[in-house]
Design a binder for this molecule. Structure first.
Ligand SMILES: *[C@@H]1O[C@H](CO)[C@@H](O)[C@H](O)[C@H]1NC(C)=O
Ligand SMILES: *[C@@H]1O[C@H](CO)[C@@H](O)[C@H](O)[C@H]1NC(C)=O
Ligand SMILES: *[C@@H]1O[C@H](CO)[C@@H](O)[C@H](O)[C@H]1NC(C)=O
Length: 524
């Protein structure tokens, strides 16, 4: 009897556990390497938590993970984005970021829905069990939201940067435009009246640009997924949860709707990625310190003009015995004459370098991923931003005294000398970086656990459990325009009646006084 009871309890426990494990579709059609690092950690983290994760991406896992399956490998379906940008091209993109996000990195990706592998999946989606949630990147391709409708699955979105104003608007997130610079701005703070004007105008303009250039995605989506699907703008308002890669300790204070969750730095996992032995030895013996220099996975240092590169060589030679590690995708493209204290490599486990005790400076393009890693490990930076949010990120680091801005067009021996001298010898940078690191890490749960918690939350409690009523309100209702108009009209009316009444009373008083005076005159 007792055994039976225990057996029953075990069975119940198994059932409960099985019930709590969800089936999740991770869908990441954009082949941006840096973006994928966040999504990779998120989806693998969910698998580690016991959920059954199916991944569709351009970056299949190299080591097998329990509960995690790459059901579609999109590698090769798009032109490779890694190491593909020259700095010049980066500057071109910067002139019309929103346009490029909505088209080259947005609409163009919708055609992957028509790829044979995707069509096979779309026509025969797994049904046993069906998906509990689909997680997808919301960058420039709202057309993928239609897959949620098709699979009858709620959709959560992930953003690998600060979310844009158009995401805020369909998630019902408060705008905070009076004091928080929207994602389109390069400012860190809003000081003047015109800063606020610009903040509102630029962010609205970018939202409208985005809506304009993505409006054709409804048709693309219908072509590949079915003609009865609703408009993408309607699907956006049906999104269940948005995980965004910001944290108030870095990006600044503002208010949030419960469905928009800050998970900034989620991808920074403290696990050790082993350094190649030769590199490790070189770092371990860099007793005077190490400068780590990379422009990220998209842009290559070796595409800089030859004169600039020679200037950098000269500058790096001067700081010897401090060592310099550079990520160079193709070392044969570098001019000869690399200084003795410089080592280059095409592949560097960045986190392992940034957390190394000898690392003193990170020279970076200011991409959000690398920036968050530097912040996490308290490494001061020299930022050479080129496009998109890089400028804002570097401005924030300058504002917080944890970094120095070096304009890419000024890059050369002299500017690098000045920046290196300041960052290596002024202790304020190291001190501020340590403080920033503490604040960035000081949270009830780390970024990944926070993301997993809220992902499970919306599955447990239903797709509308965090939905803000603001989502379905027209802008004039949401901003209380009708109420203000009513109140102003009311006060004007009250004022008018008051005036009329006072006028009437005064007039009568005078007539009364007149009559009295006249009576007095008569009696006299
Ligand atoms: C993609 O495919 C190419 C060619 O087959 C291969 O060299 C590369 O390593 C693959 N990339 C990933 C992330 O698997
Ligand atoms: C909106 O989301 C709910 C919950 O996931 C779903 O039942 C509904 O079909 C979705 N509507 C559309 C138009 O996708
Ligand atoms: C590296 O650059 C050289 C010279 O420009 C070129 O010939 C070679 O193909 C490149 N190697 C790779 C792996 O891209």
């Amino acid at each position: 009897m007792k055994c039976l009871k225990i057996g029953f309890l075990v069975l119940m426990a198994v059932l409960v556990c099985a019930n709590d494990a969800y089936r999740i579709l991770c869908l990441f059609p954009f082949n941006g390497k840096s973006h994928s690092r966040m999504f990779d950690v998120l989806c693998k983290g969910l698998a580690r938590k016991g959920h059954k994760v199916d991944m569709i991406s351009h970056f299949p896992t190299k080591v097998p993970i329990a509960n995690y399956r790459d059901i579609i490998d999109l590698n090769g379906t798009r032109q490779d984005a890694v190491n593909s940008l020259s700095i010049q091209r980066g500057r071109t993109i910067h002139t019309a970021v929103m346009y490029y996000i909505a088209t080259t990195y947005g609409g163009d990706l919708c055609h992957l829905l028509g790829h044979e592998k995707m069509q096979n999946f779309i026509k025969n989606p797994p049904k046993d069990p069906p998906y509990d949630l689909m997680i997808t990147e919301y960058f420039g391709s709202p057309c993928y939201l239609g897959l949620g409708t098709l699979l009858n699955t709620p959709v959560a979105i992930v953003m690998s940067s600060l979310e844009t104003s158009y995401i805020d608007s369909f998630m019902g997130n408060p705008f905070n435009f009076a004091f928080f610079p929207g994602a389109s701005l390069e400012n860190v703070v809003l000081n003047t009246f015109f800063d606020r004007v610009w903040n509102l105008v630029l962010n609205y303009k970018d939202a409208l640009t985005f809506y304009h250039y993505t409006s054709d995605q409804t048709d693309m989506m219908r072509k590949y997924l079915g003609w009865d699907l609703p408009d993408v703008r309607q699907l956006e308002r049906n999104v269940t949860l948005a995980l965004v890669n910001s944290h108030y300790s870095f990006h600044g204070i503002r208010s949030f709707a419960p469905a928009v969750i800050e998970v900034g730095g989620l991808h920074v996992q403290d696990e050790e990625i082993p350094l190649p032995p030769k590199l490790k030895n070189w770092l371990d013996t860099a007793d005077h310190g190490l400068v780590y220099f990379t422009l990220g996975s998209l842009m290559n240092i070796e595409t800089l003009p030859r004169d600039t590169l020679l200037g950098l060589y000269a500058s790096f030679r001067k700081i010897s015995p401090i060592r310099v590690l550079m990520r160079i995708a193709n070392a044969t493209k570098l001019p000869p004459g690399l200084p003795d204290n410089v080592v280059v490599s095409s592949w560097i486990p960045q986190i392992s370098v940034l957390k190394h005790k000898n690392t003193r400076v990170f020279i970076t393009h200011g991409g959000l991923m690398g920036t968050q890693e530097a912040v996490y490990y308290g490494v001061p930076t020299i930022g050479i931003p080129v496009f998109s949010d890089q400028i804002r990120n570097v401005n924030i680091m300058v504002h917080k005294n944890i970094g120095i801005l070096l304009r890419s067009e000024d890059l050369g021996e002299r500017s690098m000398d000045i920046a290196l001298h300041a960052i290596l010898h002024d202790p304020k940078y190291r001190k501020s970086a340590r403080k920033m690191s503490h604040m960035f890490r000081d949270r009830p749960m780390n970024g990944l656990d926070t993301a997993i918690y809220w992902t499970e939350y919306v599955i447990r409690n239903g797709p509308d459990s965090l939905k803000s009523p603001a989502v379905d309100m027209p802008w004039w209702k949401l901003n209380l325009i009708d109420v203000f108009v009513f109140l102003i009209a009311f006060f004007v009316l009250v004022l008018y009646f008051l005036l009329v009444t006072v006028k009437f009373v005064l007039k009568n008083l005078y007539t009364l006084k007149d009559k009295r005076d006249k009576r007095k005159e008569k009696s006299n």
